[in-house]
Design a protein around this ligand. Structure first.
Ligand code: HEM
Length: 460
């Protein structure tokens, strides 16, 4: 008898809710409270219901997946049976057919083309851009009186955006950063609103809101297209991401990317590459504020390794505790808190039957806080990420950058950026949340603090 025949498929357990909106409304009301409440009641997968799925979406069932083996099955072992879920469709308005939103053979070709640009050796050239941008932020803070309250989220976002702009376009980006910052904020907000509300007014109807939304997408597209056009006419040589994208050739066919495709990839890298990193950093300083003993250890490491110097790439090896603090921050506060996949054909998770057209929501947030894998999960303990403690960990118990073939292409870029910025900041400044400052976790596309993280800063 074949193994498949020996397994008696079981149906996935269903969380019922009131007709017609079903249990999906519990999730919509408060995604994280929902996950904290229901995930522990099930065995790694459960279904939520709503009469509206079939009417307003392209999937028939929606399931939450929190068993690392099932996640590995979806993202790695059987990844060809899954495409990204319908939420990503909305992103196409801005990102077109960039890496985050494309699928199948087209995505595979693009990924192969772009992978070398993100190779560790190529990234080395960006370390100076990263420390320069951090210096600009620190200089701004140094000009403030002691105990000033800053909007840390905003300042970090400005820094990470300046870094990605400079890494992409190298020169003359100051004016671009300002417009990109403003238009990205609008685009981000509008995309989220569209993704969570399937009944939103179609974009072609010229309401004031839609006009502003269209304006943001076109402004961003136009900025990038203009740079491409200028570059095509220029004889100057550049050593930045944009130059790499423009020069890339498919090894087999010799084909290069069209200008439109370059535009989509650039906008994608802008969006994927700055907010995620700035959100991770904002959480990191919150964690340090809550855990002064960790902050002291981090400062001691920075002082020993750098003694007030600006770090360079070679210093990263000495900043091992810093790396562990970054990893632990992204465990408790994964900037991308979940990813969605749509089953193209029937499948099995262990003995559970997963029908075709199921939308699987993989909760990175829940797995990262599951006491089965993390003793005292809500405690901030960077030592969990020592080499020794990490070596036998299941690949999908900790996966802030996703996994399988669609692993984040910018993971090394982001880690390097954070590992350079954190010791620079802690060497100069102490930060505490202002008295009475309260925030909650806001799970949008990224999981941010709401309101934005405020900090009272003083010089060391
Ligand atoms: C802390 C920072 C970051 C986090 C937590 C993060 C997280 C992720 C995750 C979870 C995915 C997979 C999404 C999925 O499977 O549906 C992803 C994909 C991606 N990320 Fe990141 N990311 C970060 C920084 C960056 C940076 C700095 C860049 C670019 C410079 C970048 C570019 C991308 C791209 C292009 C993809 C799509 C890859 C593909 O599908 O081939 N990310 N990221």
């Amino acid at each position: 008898m074949s193994q498949a025949a020996a397994i008696q498929p079981k149906s996935v357990p269903v969380l019922d809710g009131p007709w017609p909106l079903g249990s999906a409304t519990y999730f919509a009301k408060g995604p994280l409270t929902f996950l904290d409440t229901y995930v522990p009641q099930y065995d790694g997968v459960f279904e939520v219901t709503s009469l509206f799925f079939k009417m307003t979406t392209d999937f028939k069932k929606m399931m939450f997946v929190t068993n690392p083996d099932y996640v590995k099955h979806i993202m790695q072992d059987n990844n060809r049976n899954y495409r990204k879920s319908f939420g990503y469709e909305v992103l196409k308005l801005l990102l077109g057919k960039g890496l985050v939103t494309s699928e199948g053979d087209f995505w595979r070709k693009q990924r192969r083309l772009m992978q070398p640009a993100f190779h560790r050796d190529r990234l080395a050239a960006f370390s100076k851009i990263m420390t320069d941008a951090c210096t600009v932020m620190l200089d701004k803070w140094k000009a403030l009186p002691d105990k000033s309250v800053i909007n840390l989220s905003h300042d970090l976002m400005e820094m990470t955006l300046a870094i990605i702009c400079k890494a992409m376009f190298s020169t003359g980006v100051n004016d671009v950063v300002e417009v990109v910052n403003r238009e990205f904020n609008v685009a981000n907000e509008k995309l989220i609103a569209r993704a969570i509300n399937p009944f939103r007014i179609p974009l072609w109807i010229p309401t004031p809101g839609n006009n502003r939304e269209n304006q943001a997408y076109s402004a961003l597209h136009q900025i990038v297209s203009e740079v491409i056009t200028k570059r095509r006419k220029s004889t100057e040589r550049y050593d930045d991401l944009m130059a790499m994208l423009m020069e890339m050739k498919d090894e087999d066919t010799g084909e290069m990317m069209s200008d439109l495709q370059i535009r989509d990839e650039v906008v994608t890298i802008f969006l994927a590459g700055h907010e995620t990193t700035s959100v991770a950093l904002a959480w990191l300083f919150h964690c340090l504020d809550e855990n002064p003993e960790v902050e002291q250890k981090l400062l001691a490491e920075a002082t020993t390794a750098l003694n007030g110097r600006t770090p360079a790439l070679d210093d990263l090896r000495q900043l091992e505790y810093t790396r562990m603090v970054i990893e632990e921050t992204m465990r408790l506060y994964p900037p991308v808190w979940g990813v969605g996949r749509h089953a193209l054909e029937d499948d099995m998770f262990g003995e559970y039957f997963i029908p075709k057209d199921t939308n699987c929501l993989i909760s990175i947030y829940s797995i990262h806080r599951d006491p089965k894998y993390w003793p005292e999960p809500l405690k901030f303990v960077p030592e969990r990420f020592s080499k020794e403690n990490s070596k036998d960990r299941h690949r999908f118990v900790y996966f802030p950058f996703g996994g399988g073939p669609r692993l984040c292409i910018g993971n090394n870029f982001a880690l390097m950026e954070m590992q350079l910025a954190v010791p620079m900041i802690v060497q100069y400044f102490k930060m505490h949340k202002p008295a009475g400052f309260k925030f909650e976790l806001d799970p949008l596309v990224t999981m941010r603090p709401k309101p934005e993280m405020q900090m009272e800063i003083s010089r060391r």
